[in-house]
Design a protein around this ligand. Structure first.
Ligand code: PLP
Length: 380
């Protein structure tokens, strides 16, 4: 498809706001996954534009460093990778399909957990005159998608004697692997073991068994099986603070901009919509060309920090759609155009995604995914 000429305008860079992706950090984090799960293959989860890091860029890096599989949520995401020339096996984790022939034509492997999915895929395989592979998904407590353990037997019966679809994997997903209470995770492991046994009884080859997300890669070796499916840790973050230190992870993304306007203001000067910030001292205020349309949360009004000159500076006033202001009074020699870091390191200071997530009452995943398409991803 030819590029949309209107979007080509975004090839021109005027604004300094960008998300820098450190490829060496991606490769390093993948090596850490291998260190944690040395006997398992790795499926690198690159759904949701690689958690906002750029799917094609990250997928290329992971594959170049030995990732065996790529995991996407949507068929569309798998097609994006294929169109970019990636040839590694791709698994669709989201389980929604309309055109099964599209999967087969693009060698994209679906997860299957319902008879109608099996039938649609089998029909497409028959038309293509080949045997198509799928991974069987079982719901072990997430309550989202997957065959219920009690219905697995019926699904296996449905598939019996229909060689056009071969199950080459069995998978599930933890709901609570990041929580301290292990009860639900232990239960999920038990249900998974039962499903494995049921497949063996049904003389169904097990194929690749996989269950472990980042939390389980880091902390639950019993769940590693043949393949692990990390996402977040590949990008250098942990699912919860208690996982820090279990692997040497390096943040792969830093979010940067440059000061687009700078002014000195007297005591009492109000800043931004609603005048929610008022100078309590003679202040130097920097305007930054980034706002909530770029995914920087408006909630960070008056409570967020940015780094300028290697120092933490408070956000001054309401975060606007395209701009926000920071109090840079304590940054010696601050100048127009100086770099400001919203996420990442500068000098000896660091703004961690976990810190931002905490301040917003959310999780690192959401902070990453919120960084909008308007922010160019630049590979370092
Ligand atoms: C099915 C599935 N597997 C693996 C992952 C990776 O999880 P994490 O990013 O916590 O490693 C996800 C992400 O949510 C997922 O949905």
């Amino acid at each position: 498809m030819p590029p949309d000429p209107a979007r080509r305008a975004f090839d021109v860079r005027v604004r300094p706001t960008e998300a820098r992706i450190d490829r060496t950090a991606l490769a390093h984090n993948l090596a850490q996954v291998r260190r944690c799960a040395p006997r398992s293959r790795v499926l690198a989860v690159v759904k949701a534009d690689a958690y906002g890091h750029g799917a094609v860029l990250c997928a290329r890096e992971f594959v170049a460093h030995g990732a065996d599989w790529l995991g996407v949520a949507l068929v569309e995401e798998g097609l994006q990778l294929r169109r970019a020339g990636l040839t590694a096996p791709i698994l669709v984790l989201g389980g929604q399909y309309t055109d099964y022939a599209l999967l087969i034509a693009n060698r994209i492997t679906p997860i299957i957990y319902r008879a109608d999915q099996f039938d649609g895929y089998a029909a497409a395989a028959r038309s293509a005159g080949l045997i198509a592979e799928a991974h069987l998904k079982i719901d072990t407590g997430m309550g989202r998608i997957g065959v219920q353990p009690g219905d697995l037997g019926a699904l296996l019966d449905h598939a019996r004697g229909r060689p056009e679809v071969r199950f080459t994997g069995l998978c599930s997903h933890f709901a609570n692997a990041d929580l301290r209470d292990p009860a639900a995770t232990v239960r999920a492991l038990e249900l998974f073991a039962t499903a494995r046994a049921q497949l063996v009884d049904a003389r169904q080859p097990l194929g690749l068994c996989h269950l472990a997300n980042s939390a389980a890669v880091l902390d639950l070796p019993a769940s590693h099986f043949d393949l692990v499916r990390p996402g977040l840790m590949l990008y250098g973050a942990v699912p919860a603070p208690r996982f820090s230190g279990l692997a040497d992870l390096r943040p792969a993304l830093s979010w940067a901009t440059g000061i687009s306007h700078l002014k000195s203001v007297p005591v009492g000067t109000p800043i931004s919509y609603g005048h929610k910030w008022v100078a309590r001292r003679p202040s130097v205020i920097a305007t930054l060309p980034v706002g909530y349309a770029d995914g920087y949360r408006r909630q960070l009004t008056n409570i967020g920090n940015v780094l300028v000159g290697g120092r933490r500076c408070a956000i001054a006033g309401t975060v606007c759609m395209d701009m926000m202001m920071a109090d840079v009074t304590d940054v010696p020699g601050v100048q127009l155009g100086d770099e400001a870091i919203l996420l990442g390191a500068q000098g000896g200071e660091h703004l961690d995604v976990g810190e931002l997530a905490d301040r917003c009452g959310t999780i690192a995943y959401e902070i990453f995914c919120d960084i909008s398409a308007r922010v160019p991803r630049v590979a370092l």
